[in-house]
Design a protein around this ligand. Structure first.
Ligand SMILES: Nc1ncnc2c1ncn2[C@@H]1O[C@H](COP(=O)(O)OP(=O)(O)OP(=O)(O)O)[C@@H](O)[C@H]1O
Ligand SMILES: [Mg+2]
Length: 342
């Protein structure tokens, strides 16, 4: 039987998933069902929020989904990243099982054999201990219940690639699975502005030849603004409030009493962030004239992308930067199908 193609980008901040039947962007955090304040699945549905209950055998129930931060107080959410070795963290493994069960819930059968394409930050992929830990956990059977119904996902074929390569495949692979020579015979730089990391990678003839991973990203950016706002106003602000103000494009942080503009702090922080990234970029790329293509990706491109491209006008921002990587993973999965059928 043909394998079902699943693609997942397990970001530090957001997990992005795609199959032929579904696609979603969730926070990478989990909540305890007991913190929901509703006692039944029906009540949960009545809230109108897009969150679901997941559990593995003999374990308590967790919630995950698009509207998680609206359903559970942010301070009660469980991080699945942020340690030096995410791949051994129990809650990260839960997240993996739940995301796979969620994708499976859109299939015709409760049990599916899957080809999974996913990625790791580039430097981690080259560390055998981390790569093997991730690989060994992903391969094989995953069983979890979503909203009380059990799903079995058997990962039969697994491909783990460098995260930025997902964006590159999305840009350069056509619908027939053919990769453009700008990537196979070109010299490309990609900057991925993530939540927890900023990746600067250089690919030559589709192989990574250099790069740098900065352990700071949009989380740090938001939290710097929140801290400065708190110092200036004497009112305490969270990074989430800044995030909201950016997403709704008001550049204002709201609390119960008032709304506080942070556009000036935003511009200052943007300038500083871009300076730092360009500094690192200069270390990675010694001879800019050897590079053919300069690409900016990651959800952070929604936030500081235009300012970055203004400063470094050889770069271009990809379309839908937060999901470009998972879309590329999915294209790769489908292209393997095409090759097998030739
Ligand atoms: N439409 C949007 N408007 C404003 N900010 C956005 C938007 N979409 C994404 N972001 C921001 O992008 C960031 C998340 O980016 P992304 O999903 O690429 O990170 P990640 O993959 O989880 O992290 P990492 O790559 O470090 O593991 C968040 O800070 C989020 O607020
Ligand atoms: Mg990412």
């Amino acid at each position: 039987m043909a394998l079902v193609n699943f693609a997942v980008d397990f970001g530090n901040g957001y997990v992005k998933a795609k199959s032929n039947k579904a696609s979603f962007v969730y926070s990478s955090k989990l909540g305890h069902q007991s913190d929901l304040g509703t006692s039944s699945l029906n009540e949960l549905e009545d809230t109108g929020l897009s969150i679901h209950v997941f559990n593995r055998k003999d374990e308590p129930s967790y919630v995950m989904g698009r509207d998680l931060s609206e359903a559970i107080e942010p301070s009660k959410l469980i991080n699945t990243s942020g340690t030096s070795n995410r791949y051994s963290v129990k809650n990260f493994k839960r997240l993996i099982d739940f995301v796979l069960a969620d994708l499976a819930s859109y299939e015709d059968n409760e049990s599916v054999d899957v080809r999974l394409v996913t990625g790791m930050p580039s430097h981690e992929l080259s560390m055998p201990s981390k790569r093997d830990a991730f690989h060994n956990y992903l391969e094989g059977r995953h069983i979890a219940k979503k909203n009380g119904k059990e799903y079995v996902v058997n990962v039969v074929e697994l491909k783990i690639i460098e995260q930025p390569m997902g964006t590159l495949l999305n840009e350069f692979m056509n619908d027939q699975g053919k990769v453009h020579k700008a990537l196979t015979r070109g010299n490309v730089v990609v900057v991925d502005l993530g939540s927890g990391t900023t990746i600067i990678d250089n690919y030559k003839n589709i192989k990574r030849v250099g790069g740098e991973v900065m352990n700071s990203g949009m989380n740090q950016f938001l939290s710097n603004i929140a801290k400065k706002m708190s110092n200036q106003t004497g009112v305490s602000f969270t990074p989430e409030q800044i995030n909201q103000g950016l997403r709704n494009q008001t550049y204002k942080a709201e609390d119960a009493q008032a709304s506080y503009p942070f556009d000036r702090l935003f511009h200052e922080e943007t300038a500083e962030t871009i300076d730092n990234i360009i500094g690192k970029y200069m270390e990675v790329v010694e001879q800019e004239n050897m590079i053919n293509t300069f690409i900016l990706t990651g959800g952070g491109a929604h936030v500081v992308g235009d300012a970055f491209v203004h400063e470094q006008d050889n770069f271009y921002k990809v379309k839908n930067p937060q999901i470009a990587t998972v879309n590329g993973y999915y294209k790769l999965a489908c292209s393997i199908d095409m090759k097998n059928n030739q």
